[in-house]
Write a protein that binds this ligand. Structure first.
Ligand code: NAD
Ligand code: ZN
Length: 356
């Protein structure tokens, strides 16, 4: 496994990124390069990317189906079989070209194949640029439970090129924005004020915003790579958000929520809980709720949905000794970890969300 400190460093940005990547490929001398794509990144991103890289190594493309429902061990097995048939060895390099599903699954597949081959992430969604591709969490879902199987292994390099966002559907952009909002809430009120004021946001600011978000994430991960304490704060909105996401995934009659959309709901609920259990100011709760609702609208949850979502939370990875641990906020930029929340208060939070 790669040294964390060293490998967290190279997040490289568009302008010189491909020069740096090509230099890296030249030095690494991979026996073969495997570019992992999904059906959409195959169509929209692959040829552009292949035109940008120059290497003497042979390049093979492996494609998986697009979508969270394919982020599972069966898909991994398909990729491992393909690697094996294409004679990958320990000196092979995997390049994950895609959103969070491709970078999570590809990182996991690479880390387990022959006990670990190197991989590089080239994120192509906003969400994977600011979150999934950085920090080394890799893995897949187990049944309807998110990210139950995986490793923390750092990629050799993360290449950020916002050119890829040109073909990204608008709802996927909004999904990614949720993680940016989260970074503001847990780390930096000035940044929150900037990114929550969408009206004055210009797309040309996006490069800077992405960089700032990645810096926030990197700073947290560097201090606590294995999620003993500080890194848990990156799970803000996710305890409830993941349960909501899993629930919607297995109930197709419900409106399907993308990861970021579910996290957005989770952030309103957890900010409400913060205002009840911690010192989070009421007027800021109103601001957070209004900002998120403006962007994401409102989803409906029946009493039965709420009960089932609470049941699902019991499987959250962050549970310890049977307690469901929450990250809460004392204020914007002031997170606290390992908080237990009474079930009744979770119900109240849903009622707040539904009625506000
Ligand atoms: P995704 O990978 O499913 O991508 C979303 C959709 O956009 C897919 O249909 C994909 O094919 C398509 N797509 C990707 N790039 C495109 C492009 N440039 N143009 C057009 N279409 C494109 O989902 P995501 O939102 O990127 O990531 C969500 C996943 O990331 C979840 O599984 C989540 O658990 C994971 N995640 C991981 C971490 C981590 O730290 N490892 C952090 C946050 C989220
Ligand atoms: Zn997330």
């Amino acid at each position: 496994m790669t040294d964390l400190q060293e490998s967290l460093n190279p997040v490289i940005y568009a302008e010189n990124a491909y020069n740096d990547l090509n230099k890296h490929l030249e030095n690494f001398k991979a026996s073969k390069i495997f570019v992992l794509v999904d059906t959409n990144t195959h169509e929209h991103c692959l040829s552009y990317f292949l035109n940008k890289i120059s290497t003497i190594s042979d390049i093979e493309v492996i494609e998986i189906e697009a979508g969270e429902e394919f982020k599972n061990l069966e898909t991994c097995e398909g990729v491992w079989n393909a690697l094996s048939e294409l004679e990958a060895d320990r000196k092979s390099l995997m390049i994950n070209l895609g959103g969070g599903v491709v970078t999570d699954l590809g990182g996991f597949v690479a880390s387990a194949f022959k006990r670990g081959i190197n991989f590089i992430n080239v994120p192509t969604t906003l969400l994977s640029m600011v979150d999934a591709s950085v920090g080394g969490k890799t893995g897949v879902d187990l049944g309807n439970l998110k990210n139950q199987i995986g490793f923390i292994v750092q990629p050799e390099m993360v290449l950020i090129d916002t050119y890829f966002l040109k073909t990204l559907p608008v709802e996927e952009m909004r999904s990614g924005l949720a993680e940016i909002l989260k970074h503001g809430l847990i780390a930096d009120e000035t940044y929150w004020n900037k990114v929550s004021d969408l009206a004055s946001l210009d797309l040309s600011d996006l490069d800077d915003i992405i960089k700032e978000s990645i810096d926030i994430k990197k700073a947290v991960v560097l201090k606590d790579p294995y999620e003993k304490n500080l890194r848990k704060t990156l799970n803000y909105g996710h305890t409830l958000g993941h349960a909501i996401e899993s629930y919607c995934l297995t109930h197709p009659e419900k409106s399907r929520l993308l990861h970021g959309e579910a996290i957005a709901v989770g952030m309103i609920l957890e900010t409400y809980i913060s205002s009840e259990l911690e010192t989070f100011p009421k007027e800021k709760l109103e601001n957070v709720t209004a900002t998120i609702k403006d962007m994401y609208g409102k989803h409906s949850f029946s009493e039965e949905d709420i009960v089932q979502i609470q049941d699902l939370m019991k499987y959250d990875k962050k549970n310890e000794h049977g307690n469901i641990n929450f990250v809460l906020l004392e204020d914007i930029g002031k997170p606290v970890i390992d908080r237990t929340v009474p079930e009744e208060l979770i119900k109240k939070a849903f009622h707040y969300y539904l009625n506000v």
